[in-house]
Design a protein around this ligand. Sequence first.
Ligand code: C2E
Ligand code: CA
Ligand code: CA
Length: 740
Amino acid sequence: MSDHITRALRLLSDCNLSLVHAEDEQMLLSDVCRIAVESGGYLMAWIGFAEQDAEKSVRPVAQSGYEEGYLESVRFSWDEALQVGCGPTGTAIRTGISQINQNCSINPQMAPWREEVIKRGYQSSIAIPLTSKKQTFGALALYSSRPDDFNSGEVLLLEEMARNLVFGIEVQRDRHKRRQVEEDLRIAATAFDSQECMMVTDASGVILRVNKAFAKATGYSAEEVVGKTPRLLRSGRHNADFYREMWETINSTGGWQGEIWDRRKNGEEYPKLLTISAIKNEEGVVTHYLGTHFDITALKKSEEKIRNLAFFDQLTGLPNRTLLLDRLRQTMYASSRNGSYGALMLIDLDNFKTLNVTQGHDIGDLLLSQVAQRLVQCAREGDTVARFSGDEFVIMLTELSASEEEAATGIEEVADKVLASLNCTYQLGDTFYHGTGSIGVTLFRGHLATIDELIKQTDLAMRKAKEVGRNAWRFFDPQMESLVNERAALEKDLRLAIIGDQFLLHYQPQVVDDGRLTGAEVLVRWKHPQRGMVSPADFIPLSEETGLILPLGKWVMETACTQLALWANDPEMAHLTVAVNVSARQFHQAAFVDQVLTILNSTGANPQRLKLELTEGMLIENVKDIIEKMLALKFRGVGFSLDDFGTGYSSLSYLKRLPLDQLKIDQSFVRDVLTDPNDAAIAKTVVALAQSLGMGVIAEGVETEAQRDFLAGVGCHAYQGYFFSRPLPCSEFEQFAHRV
Ligand code: C2E
Ligand code: CA
Ligand code: CA
């Protein structure tokens, strides 16, 4: 046997051994190169794989023997168009035929590498293709230190070895693939047993497998569902369109995700987050569907709870303000498109605070809950009944007519119904309670008014309903609004006025029969920087409502008492009394008595000269407390006059209990005392009443001599009015006093 054959055989058998022992492809390739050098005695061996890149390069994947950077310093390709693609290796790959190069020094194929090859002592070489399934994917190249070193018998053996190598590579690749498949399967199996519920169906939707989590969540064991379709789980909450759309999405995109309600084996419906993925084979055909889902019942519950807390009133269960405003926004939007009217109805319970304070908050809460139920019954489907704040509820009526008149008629019905329903006896625990409500209504269409404006409008209208005596409802009308705006401006100015010293007092003389001056009523004046003199009739009621009357009243009292103290030094004035008007709010302050006494002390005014004018209206509630206050002041010498007498509802029985000094016949009776027999009778009666109660009497608003004479005729001998004098600034009043 020639040397050639001997080394090739050795090489072949050693290679076969390594085929058995190699653990992976790389090891096999490196082994074969090493064996070629060690057993075959070649100078150098390398294996290159054909790349599919643009240059069709040949990438060395294993090498052994003397090389000294050769493979890195040169390029290999299998591209016919390139010179480096036409060497033995490239040609072997391209043609699938072994290429023998017997002399590196002269072979023109070797031109690109010649220098490097000769430098390293490579004299001859062979490139053997590696071919699998008729596809050449690489080559094994062997280099010898002698020229003409490859004979034909050897080449056959080497080709046999190359075939074995290819077989070995295939085995390794298969093994690798198998290992990967095994791994994938292991991962899949682990994943399949996760907490997430999983189901695999075949392409026609028949269930093949489900995991433990699935069984636990649905209540169905694997045996019960395998062979069936997921239709078994349907809750009936979704219609056919829902499922059709779902399948359309799966078919077009390969998957679907969404919330879906299914039914457990025990019949319970529950929400889940479902993901369906189509599994396709290499040809792109769907072979399976994988459905994974999470039970989101708990999630939904907490979501609902949060929603509940955020949007519903916990006491009544009604939508709260936030939800109402949100729905109002939507309704306004809808109304702007379809042109129909909507309405807001603000319902305020009458005297709720009193109930709350006297009976306790538990009883108050009971009432609110029952009111809520009654309101819900008054509303139509689609309307929203909401708890707006403490004892305020709102009903939002939607989709009323597109005609304002018709819409308004619709509302009237509802409003009457609500009033009637609230006006029925409530049973609150052991007690029965009778309550009513006052309602303000406003219409809206589209976005003509903002939400804030609408709310304000209902509030104004509701206040109007309260003003007319409660248990009533009122429509908002724009006039209300301008009035209110004006009031708001006035209120602002009023606050400034108190700080800014814009008030002064006028004194209106009070006289007796012969014209003798006995004192004056103090009337406050507001010198507004822009408006000029503002009548107290315009700002007293407002300052009562806003509480500004308290600082204002205190100022009046202080100023009047200071004046009294000054006049005490003037013999002409020292005997005069000063009557100061006291408003209800002022008088009902807990510290009112103290306040007056403190002022009397600090100014040094004589209490005997001070008279307080109270009105009937303020003397009805809390009579005991009123009497105590009056007595405390009376004890110090302060007198009391009952202003505007006859206009209120005072009954004689309690008049008797009040320590009053004087009744003041209201100017409305005085005005027509000569022409209206009724007024004349009243004036006469008041005088008689005062006499019988041991009180004095004074008539105000006396403008003519005839009126004065009539009053004198019936026994009233004290007067105040334009006939004697208008209210005067202090200095003019002093002149008036000195003149008479
Ligand atoms: P009032 O207490 O009934 O005061 C009498 C009002 O009648 C005064 O109006 C006075 O100017 C007016 N008057 C007096 N004589 C005649 C007359 O012969 N004919 C007519 N037509 N009117 C006459 P004024 O000053 O505009 O005060 C209006 C109301 O403002 C007062 O009514 C009183 O309720 C309130 N007020 C005025 N000053 C004060 C104050 O300092 N404190 C409080 N709480 N209220 C005040
Ligand atoms: Ca008065
Ligand atoms: Ca009066």
